[in-house]
Design a protein around this ligand. Structure first.
Ligand SMILES: O=C(O)C(=O)C[C@]1(C(=O)O)C=C[C@@H](O)C=C1
Length: 361
């Protein structure tokens, strides 16, 4: 009886799979036609359209009635779109490597598995590769909910004409990893990226107070190193653990359970309005009392939601403050145009880094 029921259900699944297969193929053919239209309009056509992708994913989440969760369903569509885009033109993405870093995880989350991801050894290298046209886009970390801003990324924008085309937020879970060679009772050294060590500070104080904490270039580098050392462990994410075949002796060891990192997608593209957007700008002000107030006032008067403000020392001697500001809205929104005009009147220099869809997944 139950066997009959199971057979019947599997028949239904086979039939549905057939329909899904046909529909996905129809969709892929549509995307191929979209590519032809883009090509006819402009021989240098840009195939990847962040605003359209954000709209597709948001609509999927709005329309979804379960039983799969909204994010789960959006992730499936993320992969379908990634494959459709690869049919139009495979996207090449540089990320802060090596393989197995959270930045690679962010790149895959944003572009899907059909994108070609290329590891770079430093943030400025990611910027350089995109500027040189060797890749279409780059992915770099910009802020962590526990540790704050990645100042290297902000500084790189000061020397670059690249635009921000998107953002992606990743929940960061850290693990304590050992290799098959590690003598677990003799761990005297723990490798990780400085930010990850800081994110796990309390856990390390409680569990490994005597072990030396050694900061290296990336978590993946930490994972790679311990393969050859019997007395060391690493702190890194799941991707690095899998990539280097390491064992997790403790999971989710970050001090803040909602630890997350925000990454930026950088490219050469002006992104159109998606309906829920953010804009990032850099503003230089003279060192005088009230400089910050003069900026904030403009946002307050026009009722614009500021999502982040960071101060960095200016590189040139002319200005003392450089403010990196993120706010809700798109440069093509009439009110944002006015805000930018007003800010321009008060600032020494104002540079729009880009308007882009708010992270969906
Ligand atoms: O709508 C487009 O412009 C497409 O190219 C189609 C499509 C999709 O599969 O939906 C694919 C890639 C783009 O980044 C956005 C959307």
């Amino acid at each position: 009886m139950t066997d009959d029921k199971l057979t019947g259900l599997r028949k239904s699944i086979d039939k549905l799979d057939g329909e899904i297969l046909k529909l996905i193929s129809d969709r892929a053919r549509c995307a191929q036609e979209v590519a032809q239209v883009k090509q006819q309009e402009d021989s240098d056509a840009v195939y990847y359209r962040p605003e359209r992708e954000a709209q597709v994913l948001r609509r999927v989440m709005e329309r979804n009635d379960g039983p799969l969760g909204d994010e789960e369903m959006a992730r499936l569509f993320r992969e379908i779109m990634s494959a459709c885009l690869a049919l139009e033109e495979p996207v090449k993405v540089a990320f802060l490597g090596p393989e197995g870093t959270f930045t690679q995880q962010a790149a895959v989350k944003h572009f899907g598995h059909s994108a070609v991801c290329v590891p770079m050894s430093a943030i400025d290298e990611v910027f350089r590769e995109v500027t040189a046209g060797a890749v279409n886009y780059g992915v770099v970390p910009v802020e962590n909910s526990t540790e704050g801003v990645v100042s290297h990324t902000l500084d790189s924008f000061m020397d670059s004409n690249l635009k921000i085309c998107g953002e992606v937020v990743l929940r960061i879970h850290q693990n304590m990893l050992v290799s098959e060679n590690t003598r677990r009772n003799h761990i005297t050294r723990i490798y990780s990226h400085a930010q990850s060590l800081a994110q796990c500070r309390k856990w390390l104080d409680a569990h490994w107070p005597m072990a030396e904490r050694v900061a290296v270039n990336s978590n993946a580098e930490a994972a790679r190193r311990i393969k050859g050392e019997w007395n060391s462990a690493a702190i890194a994410g799941d991707m690095a653990a899998e990539m280097y075949g390491l064992e997790k002796i403790a999971e989710k060891i970050e001090d803040q359970p909602d630890n997350s990192t925000r990454f930026l997608i950088i490219g050469n593209q002006d992104v159109q309005i998606s309906g829920a957007d953010k804009t990032s700008i850099v503003v230089s002000m003279r060192n005088q009392p009230g400089a910050l107030h003069a900026i904030l006032e403009v946002f307050q008067v026009h009722n614009i939601d500021l999502t982040r403000i960071e101060t960095r020392p200016s590189r040139s001697g002319t200005w003392n403050y450089v403010f990196f500001i993120d706010f809700s809205g798109h440069i093509d929104d009439p009110v944002i145009k006015i805000v930018l005009e007003r800010l321009g009147e008060r600032a020494n220099d104002l540079n729009v880094l880009g308007s882009y869809p708010k992270g969906v997944l």
